[in-house]
Write a protein that binds this ligand. Structure first.
Ligand code: ANZ
Length: 914
């Protein structure tokens, strides 16, 4: 063979690896380990797209490199295979989702294998396999039987939950209720979003601003009270937050998780209600602003609202409650153009001013945050300010603003535009004008300042800054029994059930006597029943509710029960899959302790940034529970996380912004034209999509250029974390590079003879420079620059007529992680075997050093000239060179030389006088 032919080489080595189980992970626990995880794909019917090989190639390079460095590598792959598309396909065609899933997984596997990725296929898992979801169900039962001990900050078995004696006295029902109120997985009435088209509940994140359902795109999603399974992830908020300090993750993802968890500190304050025994409790992050609270607001769902509404307000309030029930949280808050609300007719008493302040109901206050009620401080909170302006409520300034260095963001921009405010703030006179406006309540100030108008007979915080004032007021409230310090989290409990067919059945039985219990481990897995019809019922019940005999269970005492008919959401299987790879065949336990101990945590986890919160938060939560229960030995699952950037494609649009499919575009003289209309088009970068006809299929690329070229191209496009557009012309560049590699091993006449003579210095130098550069680039995940170095190395080899064995071997070894098929072929050509486990070549920094060094020539410490000289030149030689240098002569002629300083390999400094 004298031509580079990936179509011959690649299948050959893929078969070789498979036949020899080259990448089977060993259980030799004396070796250092490297657990490298890819986010496993959902095997869609469309097959792999070019985004998949990006992350997979990156991890593959690292794994191959680590094997060569003596690591025991765990590099597995599997399928996150429950999900809607297979179910929708089943609804249309009657094909069982399991059949569709199997076909799709097979196809994905074939495609992934064609890329030469070094997975240990013996550990393949599939979330829809009953052998796998048996343990998903097992974990669910564990969650059901666990409560969170807030004092110990730890999940504990429900059997260890102390039942207060007064509850015990009330009997078994009360005890059950008490336990249920503490379980990490619980079944309770929840006000949830329901899509009437899909007939299933949906998560908050799946409801778009206009009230449409993200999955089906149709409007009409509404809130419904339904009994649903939920998880008390909110109890783990502090643990989830603290754990982030211990992991090596991108700062952006850490921030997103922190924001999602949303920890804030403040106080809960009780307000007496005029003419009522009840108290209205609010949560505030700014107890220091209590003197400025001029009205209060309760959420439309607040439990006291009924008692607050005066007779003449009943109808108005009822209408308001109904209207806001149709809005999403987003519509109620960020998207709301105008504030809305209704006065209830009741008054609260401000505990600091003693004033009676009106209590309103308004939907900018959400029921599921804090206490669902607020004290409003319009002078210093934008939302309250807007509301007060709309309804003409009093605004009392209680902070003298610090306007130095302030910007429009710290004001409500009511009277002035942002631009005008910024202009005013830039000069002292303007600042004074803004200050007066704030003091008069014409503007809102949300920045820092000293307290004013903030004293009464028993407390005076005037002059204090925020931190001190918050502390003083919180302490005072606590002493008076009116409030207490409080930490709040935005993180809400996780709605965990869906009314779908293609998901894990809950391993739960509802007994006729009201008891709810988990299925015995020996009876797991609870398999999905076979159904003819996968439609959810009109009532919003899951299709499983029609599963006939499957539903009915009888225990050994003849007690009757009915199986839970909801299924788990798609997140469930991916919450713990990384654990199963460690011990995929274990039938007796989720994971063997010794194996877990050795392999965990995952050393590197690579995947898309779209999973920054949901999957990564859910799985951290499950992991922490498993840690508390002693199933795993680490508190965090993923030590290092890396997000690969998205691969986009070029797309074309007309002047008015409408998109034109790629096959209707032609390129002439570097410009793009609409074939049909002749209009010139703009080239833009967009997500690959079917409608734009710009989707690149990796199979097609492999057919033309081979997997090695595809791997190189995906890594060479730019930094792994960057978003970048696909360009097929770039593929050709990589293909040509591999052809050149081939030709460095094969002349027209056939394979070169390899010389065992010592290679020339230049070659040795580039070989050692390459080892060093490539290893540091791989470790730092800078694969694009490693490939550049490979190219330099290859070009240097090509400059010589002789092929030196020593150099060619190094070349193959450093090429291997990137283009493993061609590397194997060349390794065999060199007469060698076992490339994957041959030790990575040792670099010798002294050989990598350049032979020449740059010496600076100075006169009186000032650099006047530079020269390139052989390394190690003697002091005398260097001085001679300096003295002969024209510039140095110019600066020293006619002057007295006082001193000559020579530092070999660095500098010559001539000190002169006169
Ligand atoms: C008085 C106050 C004065 C407030 C001020 C803010 C600024 P974060 O920081 O996001 O935790 N709040 C409390 N519960 C609410 C609810 N259920 N729905 C809507 N808003 C609510 O927000 C806490 C602040 O948001 C609280 O502090 C409260 O307004 C409001 F100058 O109390 B604040």
């Amino acid at each position: 063979m004298s031509k580079y032919s990936p179509a011959d080489i690649e299948p050959k080595w893929q078969n070789f690896w498979e036949a020899n189980q080259t990448f089977k992970t060993s259980e030799d626990r004396t070796k250092p380990k490297f657990y490298c995880l890819d986010m496993f794909p959902y095997p869609s019917g469309a097959g792999l797209h070019v985004g998949h090989p990006e992350g997979y190639t990156a991890t593959d390079i690292l794994c191959r490199y680590k094997r060569a460095n003596g690591f025991n590598v765990l590099h597995p792959m599997g399928w996150d295979a429950f999900g809607l598309p297979a179910e929708q396909y089943a609804l249309q065609t009657g094909t069982h989702p399991a059949v569709t899933t199997e076909t799709n997984c097979g196809n994905f596997k074939k495609q992934i294998k064609s890329l030469g990725l070094s997975y240990d296929w013996g550990r393949e898992i599939n979330t829809t396999d009953p052998k796998y979801f048996k343990w998903t169900q097992w974990i669910f039962i564990k969650m059901y039987n666990t409560w969170f001990d807030a004092d110990l900050q730890k999940g504990r078995p429900i059997s260890e939950l102390t039942i207060p004696s007064e509850i015990q006295d009330q009997g078994i029902e009360a005890v059950r209720q008490f336990q249920d109120d503490n379980r990490l997985a619980y079944y309770d009435e929840a006000s949830v979003w329901f899509c009437p088209h899909c007939k299933t509940v949906c998560a908050n994140e799946e409801v778009l601003g206009d009230g449409s359902h993200e999955k089906c795109g149709k409007k009409g999603v509404y809130k419904k009270g339904l009994k649903q399974w939920q998880m008390r992830i909110a109890h783990y908020a502090e643990r989830l937050l603290k754990g982030l300090d211990t992991v090596d993750w991108p700062a952006g993802v850490i921030d997103m998780q922190k924001n999602w968890i949303g920890r804030s500190t403040g106080a809960e304050v009780d307000f007496n209600i005029k003419g009522s025994e009840n108290k209205l409790r609010v949560y505030t992050t700014r107890p220091d602003t209590l003197f400025g609270a001029t009205y209060m607001v309760v959420a439309p769902e607040h439990e006291l609202l009924d008692t607050l509404v005066q007779a003449d307000k009943k109808d108005e309030v009822a209408a308001y409650i109904q209207a806001s029930g149709l809005k999403s949280d987003l519509e109620r808050t960020e998207l709301a153009k105008e504030k809305s609300g209704v006065f209830t007719g009741s008054y609260g008493i401000n505990p600091l001013t003693g004033e009676e302040i009106p209590i309103w109901v308004a939907d900018y206050v959400l029921i599921n945050y804090g206490t669902g009620a607020i004290m409003a401080v319009p002078a210093h909170d934008n939302r309250d300010f807007e509301f007060a302006k709309t309804f003409d409520l009093p605004i009392r300034c209680i902070l003298d603003p610090t306007l130095k260095g302030a910007s429009a963001d710290q004001t409500a921009t009511f009277k002035w535009s942002k631009k005008e405010i910024n202009k005013l703030l830039s000069n002292p006179a303007g600042q004074e004008e803004v200050r007066q406006a704030i003091l008069n309540g014409e503007e809102c100030w949300t920045g820092n300042g000293q307290a004013i108008n903030s004293s009464n007979d028993s407390i005076d915080i005037n002059g204090q800054k925020k931190k001190d004032a918050v502390r003083t007021v919180t302490k005072w409230l606590a002493e008076q029994g009116l409030g207490e310090f409080k930490i709040n989290y935005k993180l809400r409990d996780w709605l965990f059930s869906r009314q779908r067919y293609w998901g894990e059945p809950f391993p739960i039985i509802h007994w006729e006597d009201g008891e709810v219990s988990g299925v015995e481990t020996s009876d797991l897995p609870v398999r999905l029943p076979d159904l003819e019809d996968y439609h959810p019922a009109e009532s919003g019940e899951s299709p499983l509710a029609r599963a006939g005999d499957w539903l009915d269970v009888v225990d050994k005492n003849g007690r009757k029960g009915r199986r839970e008919t909801n299924t788990m959401p798609q997140w469930a299987g991916s919450c713990w899959y990384y654990l199963r790879y460690i011990d995929p065949m274990n039938e007796d336990s989720l994971i063997d302790a010794a194996k877990e101990n050795y392999w965990m945590p995952v050393d590197l986890y690579v995947g898309g940034a779209e999973h920054a919160v949901l999957h990564l938060l859910y799985s951290r939560f499950w992991h922490k529970v498993l840690f508390d229960l002693g199933v795993v030995s680490t508190d965090e699952p993923y030590q290092k996380l890396f997000n690969q950037g998205m691969i986009l494609a070029f797309a074309y649009e007309t002047e008015n912004g409408s998109k034109v499919p790629s096959d209707e575009v032609e390129e002439r003289e570097g410009k793009y034209w609409h074939i049909e209309t002749g209009e010139e088009l703009k080239q833009i970068v967009a997500k690959m999509s079917k409608s734009l006809k710009n989707v690149v299929n990796p199979d097609d690329v492999v057919d033309v250029y081979g997997a090695d070229a595809l791997r190189l191209y995906e890594m060479f496009m730019g930094p792994l974390e960057a978003t970048k557009p696909w360009q097929t012309s770039g593929m050709e560049g990589q293909y040509r590079f591999l052809q050149k590699v081939w030709r460095n091993f094969n002349s027209e006449e056939g394979a070169f003879e390899y010389s065992t003579d010592e290679a020339p210095k230049e070659l040795i130098k580039v070989a050692h420079q390459s080892i060093m550069k490539i290893e540091s680039d791989i470790e730092g995940m800078r694969f694009n620059t490693a490939i550049s170095q490979l190219m330099i190395f290859n070009n240097t080899i090509a400059k010589f007529d002789i092929r030196y064995r020593e150099v060619m071997e190094i070349f193959v070894q450093v090429l291997a992680p990137f283009a493993p098929h061609l590397a194997e072929e060349m390794w065999a050509q060199l007469g060698k075997t076992d490339l994957s486990y041959t030790a990575w070549p040792a670099s010798d920094p002294s050989k990598a050093e350049d032979d020449e060094v740059t010496i600076v020539f100075q006169v009186n410490g000032k650099v006047r000239a530079k020269a390139s000289v052989p390394k190690g030149a003697s002091k005398e030689e260097l001085l001679k060179l300096a003295q002969a240098n024209e510039r140095i002569i110019e600066f020293t002629t006619g002057k007295e030389v006082v001193k000559e300083i020579v530092v070999p390999n660095k500098l010559v400094n001539i000190v002169v006088k006169g």
